[in-house]
Design a protein around this ligand. Structure first.
Ligand SMILES: [Ca+2]
Length: 464
């Protein structure tokens, strides 16, 4: 009798069960009857593995968004690299269109301007037409100007006089006459009224004197004014190295209520880098002459150093940052943004240098000579478009320099203009009056100028 396969297998199974038990049965069943439900081994990839792996690695390692240039601009959204990588990783057996498979070069970023400053710069402001009128004339080297709250104008004359212009006329008698050593560039220089002048009458002056060794030194003295006369001199600081040249001498109270003082190198350039010397520095003191505990060098009045002959100080009206003007050696004059404890280079560096040890100037005049002295920011509204501009009275330059600075940091020059070039002669100081006008003084009798009739003068500058 012919037996079917099923019958044969069944007979076999029965025989095995009888003789070998369930374990052997299971093994045989696995051999003879492979299950259709057994998982199929993983099929080979339909796409060549080598070409899949490489773009994945490349895309992972160099995401286009990490490019500094791309993060700087809106081209980041247009960067095509991520979609390209996705297409190449597709396991589809259908060949992708060639343009998607072909690697693209890095997206160009040069179409994005990386300079928002350039695109956001305001259009140049047309300078107002300016005019001058003479307030006072026939003065002798007026050096520093300051208004009080009653619009009385105090000023110094270098031979040693504090003068007062009040109610439209110069008071004939000096407010005070001081025992100065007026030689060369030295003498009575800076003047500042204390922030509480209307209560205390305190006037601060900086002048050169003959020291006990017969040499020249500079000191800061406080006097008390009452009814147009100043008396009771109190020495705030003395022993500042002096000379017939490079005496610094500007005084100004800062928005912090501290007294700031510029000192020159007194013709010994190395002193500017000597932290123990008061020469070639910007100093910071309390109004009583003591040293503020938050000065950058503990126990020292030194606020910044490496200066040659700074003669101008003011604080930006928005940022409160201190700016200072400085005479360079034969051109290379400077305007500096002053950092506490900063080293401004002299005499190691003239103008701008290389390296982190010195702070480069905001402005360096190169081969041009300004010889800037008094310096003031304009805070008023009388001159349209000039608010926040920095003004410098220049001596050798014989003009009033206007600098517009770029917001919001104001540490880049946006525009530079010379007002009254060659027409007024040497200018020593510029301040703003409470009427919004600018007040300047000529210095054509300081030994370096060509005085004309009426020099030296105080002039009021106003829009015409
Ligand atoms: Ca410098």
């Amino acid at each position: 009798m012919r037996m079917t396969n099923d019958q044969g297998v069944a007979r076999c199974l029965r025989l095995v069960i009888r003789t070998s038990g369930f374990v052997i049965l299971f093994v045989l069943a696995s051999c003879v009857l492979p299950s259709p439900a057994t998982p199929v081994p993983e099929a080979p990839s339909l796409a060549p593995p080598a070409t899949q792996t490489a773009p994945l690695s490349a895309a992972t390692a160099t995401p286009p968004a990490r490019s500094p240039a791309v993060t700087a601009g809106p081209t980041m959204a247009a960067t095509p690299a991520p979609p390209t990588a996705t297409a190449r990783l597709s396991p589809s057996p259908s060949p992708a269109p060639l343009p998607a498979v072909t690697p693209k070069p890095a997206p160009p970023v040069i179409t994005v301007s990386p300079s928002p400053v350039a695109s956001s710069s305001p259009p140049p402001v047309r300078p107002p037409t300016v005019a001058t009128e003479v307030l006072v004339q026939d003065l002798t080297v007026p050096w520093s100007l300051a208004f009080d709250l009653r619009d009385r104008l105090f000023f110094t004359e270098r031979p040693g006089r504090i003068r007062l212009f009040e109610n439209g006329k110069l008071q004939p008698e000096p407010v005070a006459t001081l025992p100065v050593a007026a030689t060369g560039e030295a003498g009575l220089l800076g003047l500042a009224l204390s922030p509480d002048f209307h209560q205390t009458g305190h006037i601060y002056v900086y002048y050169t004197y003959r020291n006990s060794s017969g040499g020249l030194s500079n000191r800061v003295v406080r006097l008390t004014e009452q009814n147009g006369r100043a008396s009771d001199p109190v020495v705030i600081l003395e022993g500042i190295p002096g000379s017939s040249i490079h005496d610094g001498g500007r005084l100004r109270f800062g928005p912090d209520g501290k007294l700031y003082i510029t000192t020159g190198d007194a013709a010994v350039a190395a002193l500017s880098q000597d932290p123990r010397s008061l020469a070639g520095k910007i100093l910071r003191l309390n109004a009583d002459g003591s040293t503020p505990p938050d000065n950058p060098f503990p126990g020292s009045p030194v606020y910044s150093f490496g200066h040659r002959n700074p003669q101008g100080l003011d604080w930006h009206p928005e940022t409160g940052v201190l700016y200072a003007s400085e005479h360079g050696p034969s051109a290379h004059d400077e305007v500096n943004v002053i950092r506490p404890g900063g080293n401004y280079g002299w005499p190691a560096v003239t103008g701008s240098g290389v390296g982190a040890a010195f702070i480069n100037p905001l402005v360096e005049t190169g081969s041009d000579t300004w010889a800037p002295s008094g310096t003031s920011f304009y805070r008023g509204d009388l001159f349209q478009g000039w608010k926040g501009n920095l003004f410098l009275a220049t001596l050798r330059g014989e003009h009033l320099r206007r600098l517009a600075l770029t917001p919001p940091v104001f540490e880049q020059v946006d525009a530079s203009e010379a007002l009254f070039p060659g027409t007024l002669g040497r200018l020593r100081d510029v301040i703003e009056g409470r009427d919004g006008a600018l007040y300047i003084i000529t210095n054509n009798r300081d030994g370096r100028g060509r005085p004309s009739s009426g020099d030296d003068r105080i002039l009021r500058v106003f829009p015409r």
